[in-house]
Every structure is written in C-alpha cells, then in structure tokens.
Design a protein around this ligand. Sequence first.
Ligand code: GLY
Length: 380
Amino acid sequence: MTAPLKASDTTVVNVALDDRAYDIVIGRDVLTSLGTRIAALRPGARTAIVTDKTVARHWLEPTEASLATAGIATARIIVDEGEGSKTYAGLEKVSEALIAARIERNDLVIALGGGVVGDLAGFAAAILRRGVDFVQVPTSLLAQVDSSVGGKTGINSPQGKNLLGAFHQPVLVIADTAVLDTLSPRQFRAGYAEVAKYGVLGDEAFFAWLESNHSEAFKGGAAREHAIATSCRAKAAIVARDERENGDRALLNLGHTFGHALEAATGFSDRLFHGEGVAIGMVLAAEFSASLGMISQGEAARVARHLAEVGLPTKLQDIAGFAQEGLADADALMTLMAQDKKVRRGKLTFILLEAVGRAAIVKDVDPKRVRDFLQSKLKA
Ligand code: GLY
C-alpha cells in the first residue's frame, strides 16, 4: 500500500489496456481540467454531456465552463434521476438526443453523474453509430471507485438488473473529489461499501487502514483521496488483466449476488441503495464462507463490524420493510439469484473469502446450501 496523499495532490491511475488504455484523474477540483484534457485527447471533437437533474443543478455549469474555456462545443442531455432512467425508454431518449445533437464518430459523449448516468450514457455511446468514445465524470463515491472504471455499460431489463449492455471503455475518467461534498451521508456511505470491498477481496492492509482511518475518509481531505486512489488502483489492475470477466474480474462481484437479489426484492428503490445491498451481501458472503469452513467466524465478524461501524446495513433485518412480501423468504431470494449473470445451468458461482483480504471464485455452489444458509439468516 502506498503512503496517503496530501489533499492537494492529483493522482493519475492508468488502466493499462493497450491501445484502449486510459487515465483516471483523481483529486480536488480536477473537473476544471476536463476541457484542456479533452482538447489534448481529441482535438476538434464536439461533446454532449449526459447528466441527471440533481447533478445538473450542482455540476453542469462548472463542466460546461471547463469545456468552453478550452473552446469545446457541447450539448446537454438531462435525464431523470435514478434507476428509472436505466431503461429502454431512457436509452431511447439519450440516443435520440445524441443523434439530434449531431454527435459523430470522432466526437465524445460525457457521462456526468453517478452509476446510472455512467452506465446509460456509456451504453448509448457504445451503440451510437456503432461506437463513439466517451468520458466518465463520476459524481458519486460509488461511481468514482467502481462503475466509472472498467467499461461495463448497460441498462436494466424488466427481468433483471444490467441484463443488457456492452463492454465499452471510457477514454478518460475525471474523479473530482470536491463533487462528493454535495452527496448525502447515506449516498456517501453506500459508496464506501465498494471502497471496503477492495480491502476485503484483495488487500488486508488496506482494510486495516480503513478500520483505523474511516472517520478521516468520511470527513474528506487526504484520507478520502487515498481511499479513492487505492480503490481505483485495485480496480484498474483487475480490469487490465481480465477486461471481459473471464476470470479474476468476477472477484469484484463480492457481495453482489446476494446484494442484487436484495435490490430486486426491494424493487430497486430507495429502500436499499446498491452499495447498501453490497454491504449486506458482503457480510452474507463472509458468513457463508465461514459456514463452509473457508474462514473463521471471527473473520466474518470483522467484516461485519467495520461496515456496521460506518453505519452501513449488515443484516437482512436492517432493510426497511424487511417483513414485507419478498424479503423474509429464502425461496423468493433464491429465485432472484437465479437471474444473476453468474448462474450457469442452475449452479451458482459465488465470490467467497479464504481470508479477509483474499477472495476466491467458487463455482458450482449447491443451491440447497445457499438456501439453508439464507433460511438461517432470516431466522437470526
Ligand atoms: N462492478 C464490477 C465490475 O466492474 O466488474
């Protein structure tokens, strides 16, 4: 693990994908450099900014100002906030607006927002004129440390989350840590679950650092930037060795098989943010690993303790409306998990723990063991 940054530092993490390599630029106020960076990367390109209404209120004008300073023409496409835009209808709206804005092959789409905007705008860019380049400007912690990096783009199907999409890498990611100041504490915490995930899955020293420094990271400043940069480095390394998720990249799904089922059970609503589902899912994955004898109960408790300490939900019972239909039912959760993209012919693949800081891809997990485990957690 590298030493913490000074708050004034800008960090550049490269995602090493040969001719599609790109930089993640991390630091306070780096949004002001967007225009000059795009002008250097794509001289003469026009741009269209895709954003949502809330992000637009805070960050659209500074983004447009940065582009204007560099003499870059831009259009604005504003969608509604939330998963409701990550749909066929949302994709149609953005795609038609990009065509109307005359975004052509050498132009750029700019995704200014959280995970929904990044996935939607990235997918629209992937299919517009069979592929137009795009820039990610993530404005949530979750998007800065996870969804803006690695090229997964897409929309939801009425039958499941992220079931339609494409791998389409951005050409640049601008992660301005100042934009996180306008997030609600709950949104920030939800993103923090993905930060902790990098420690749990592959870096015990980073997890230990988070255990000691999480309050500073929540406050902002150098500790926050260190947490984001370390997370981006971890993700960049995994993506560089397995872009298309044929192997190691699946490790990034730690907590997601359980988490996606919980998100689906709560209707992808504000009852459970994605990161909150990942937090509960990560604890369930750790406890399931312990039930299979892969780690000790103490190690599983260590993961749960840290996430609870920062205020994240860690148990099924922490979900609002838990007792309502669909949640307190192991069979219903199993049905939802069967739609997971990691299911192969009825067998589930889980990301489980061999230690805190070492995750493993475990294939062919017997669904009965998972069901019995969930049943025990529902009674707990
Ligand atoms: N969010 C998981 C991945 O990018 O692979």
